[in-house]
Design a protein around this ligand. Sequence first.
Ligand SMILES: [Zn+2]
Ligand SMILES: [Zn+2]
Length: 347
Amino acid sequence: MPPLSWRHHTLIQAALSRGPLKEKEFHSIFSDVTGKSLDSHKQLFNEYLGKINMELSYIQFELRACRNQYDGSVYYGVINTVADEQSKLGTKYAVPQIAFYKGIIEAIVQDTTAQGTISNIEALNIRLENQSGSSEVPPALKNFSMSQKEKAIHEFIQDQWLCATSDGNIGLGVRSFLDLRSWFHNNEIPTCDVCNEAGIKADLCSNESCTVRIHKYCLKAKFSQTRNEKVCPGCGTQWPYVVTKAEAVEEEEDTEVHQQPPEPLRRKKSRGSRQVEEEGSNEPSSRRFKRSENNEDEELTGQSQTQPSTQTSRKTKLENLATVEVDNAGPGPSTRRATRTSARLHR
Ligand SMILES: [Zn+2]
Ligand SMILES: [Zn+2]
């Protein structure tokens, strides 16, 4: 394979030094360096990503896209597919801060209401002793003070490992969404029934005994097709959703906030498709973590929507994402890390 051109290098450089980049920004860099508009050259864009990732995979890096699940916007960034938190965060953060970050992430993904957040107080009360992985608690963890925790939270938010959500809580930052995808899967974080990605921030089926959860933006895509019944794909319970004219208009104008997903994620736009808005949400107080087995890959690939998907579920959208995924679920340090954390998550 011929070496990467300056164009490839520019894209990598931009993602590395300025990333995570909003999809729009990344696309515009692509257009600038190639002189081709993305709308008419999606194939070329995917080839670029494929080639870049072929090269990056030799050093266990990957250029990938992810969704910010709180607002649905898409970001591109380069991640390290192998190293543990120490080498990802270690250049800036010390051991207790990294342990604190891990504690916060674990608390957020275990939010049974799928809000994907914890309060500041909850975060400050996370005990680092539990993060040490042994009965010998290093003094650095024991002595990590409240003010140090507050400072760390602030820095994690600055660096986009965490985010401050609009309701004043703490959620996952874009870097974590990019970085933790394999970890989510390996730890069986409940997935969205539509796109099969981890449903950190998602809407839950109102049926308490049903474990289906769906991202808000996936619901929107799914239910904007008027011929689709507004019911839970798992248990058939009515899913409270309405479409109003005002919302449909508002939605059209609101392109900045609700960006289009990357090409492979994107649905074919049907004529007369209407935007939908959630009417209300029911959030049962307790949920079991259980991976959904009824995934509707068709939804996102734009294929048949009449047949429920069978066991093609693991071919997730995001694994297809821009054909950029390197399989990092295989043996290697990343697996070791996941297993170790898994034990803790399931303790
Ligand atoms: Zn989804
Ligand atoms: Zn259900």
